[in-house]
Design a protein around this ligand. Structure first.
Ligand code: SAM
Length: 351
């Protein structure tokens, strides 16, 4: 980001500290967009992108940045977002958990087919760019892409996966997904009581933690994901097809009235839009002892945090690099109820 005439100018494919010449391509009321023309002073963190589609494909925008520096930039972005939107002066940030591999990590990609073009969306466009190989995808996925390209496919969307499992949400980077499970396992103290895995998908977190709780309840509105979760469920696991907004309050109410009150843990792993006002109110009202918020969007997380702070203290924020070479950021936040025994009426949340 640069500045001119008091306005911010966004120049993609530039690295902080570089001096470049760029031309303004679009003017908005509050900011400008520009395209890079020449690099006058090059960043020591600049590297050669590995992908022939870099700059045209909408997927990876950080391939020109050395991996360590990608992590430093994302870390700073999380911190600044939490300060600016969440109002946190000193967010308790932990170091980034990197991806064990920087390329060939994606175990699934979604390919679009339209009018004979097989590929991804072009940058800032709804037009397709033909793709033969994606360097952030695993070799098995690229083999399936080659098969698709050779099969004269109909128009539509095709999710190509390493394993031909059920069509439910799964984490895209196995190495980072494993690190995320280890992290959540470490963050939740020796437990007992009930764990609610809200937005559980096929039970990714619930399965890992089921041995540590008397009872585990998973909630997801995707019935296929819940069917998968139920397949190897043990006696202490319950999976419910429901909207988290409709189900979470009732479940927390019944935990609060049962004998193990004060010893409940909730994991929320919502989509990028974050939590709804109603869900925030439920969490604030019932304040489970431990709350883990898994977020793929620092901005919506920071917004939600401003509300959650009424009932919870923030212990730690750990960013994870699920998607190297892209601007995506995943993070795991550990919160603890400030007083688990006193249930106060929820204060209004203003958005
Ligand atoms: C980011 S995924 C997380 C899945 C799981 N925690 C995992 O790691 O595999 C989000 C999940 O939330 C579910 N979902 C989104 N909105 C929901 C809602 N309002 N109520 C219930 N489930 C919802 C989706 O079906 C999806 O499985």
């Amino acid at each position: 980001m640069a500045r001119t005439d008091g306005k911010a100018v966004f120049v993609p494919y530039v690295i902080d500290g570089e001096i470049v010449s760029a031309s303004i391509t679009r003017e908005h009321k509050k900011f400008l967009e520009a395209e890079l023309e020449t690099i006058v002073t090059r960043s020591p963190h600049r590297v050669e992108p590995r992908c022939p589609y870099f700059g045209r494909c909408g997927g990876c925008v950080y391939q020109h940045i050395e991996y360590e520096h990608q992590l430093a930039l994302k870390w700073r972005q999380v911190k600044e977002t939490l300060r600016r939107i969440g109002g946190l002066k000193e967010p308790p940030m932990r170091p980034f958990i990197p991806s064990p591999i920087e390329y060939r990590y994606r175990n699934r990609i979604t390919i679009h087919v339209r009018d004979g073009v097989i590929g991804f969306f072009r940058r800032e466009s709804n037009k397709l760019l033909a793709i033969e190989r994606c360097p952030i995808a695993r070799d098995e996925v690229n083999a399936k892409l080659a098969d698709l390209c050779g099969s004269n496919p109909h128009d539509g969307h095709y999710t190509l996966r390493v394993t031909d499992g059920p069509r439910v949400f799964t984490q895209a980077n196995d190495g980072v997904a494993a690190a995320m499970l280890d992290l959540v396992d470490r963050l939740i103290p020796p437990a007992g009581g009930t764990l609610i895995d809200a937005y559980c998908g096929a039970g990714f977190f619930a399965k890992r933690l089921r041995a540590r709780f008397e009872r585990v309840i998973g909630i997801d509105w995707d019935e296929y994901a819940i069917t998968v979760a139920r397949e190897d469920a043990r006696d202490n696991e319950t999976y419910v097809v429901a909207d988290v907004e409709a189900e979470l309050g009732a479940r927390l109410r019944s935990i609060a009235s049962a004998s193990h009150e004060g010893n409940s843990a909730v994991i929320v792993d919502p989509p990028a839009t974050g939590l709804t006002k109603k869900i925030l109110e439920i969490l604030i009202e019932y304040r489970p002892t431990q709350l883990i918020y898994v977020s793929c969007n620092p901005a919506t997380f920071a917004r939600d945090l401003a509300a959650l702070e009424q009932s919870f203290g923030i212990d730690s924020i750990t960013p994870l690099d699920m998607f190297p070479q892209t601007a995506e950021i995943e993070m795991v936040v550990k919160l603890t109820a400030q007083s688990s025994y006193k249930r106060l009426p929820a204060p209004p949340i203003v958005r």
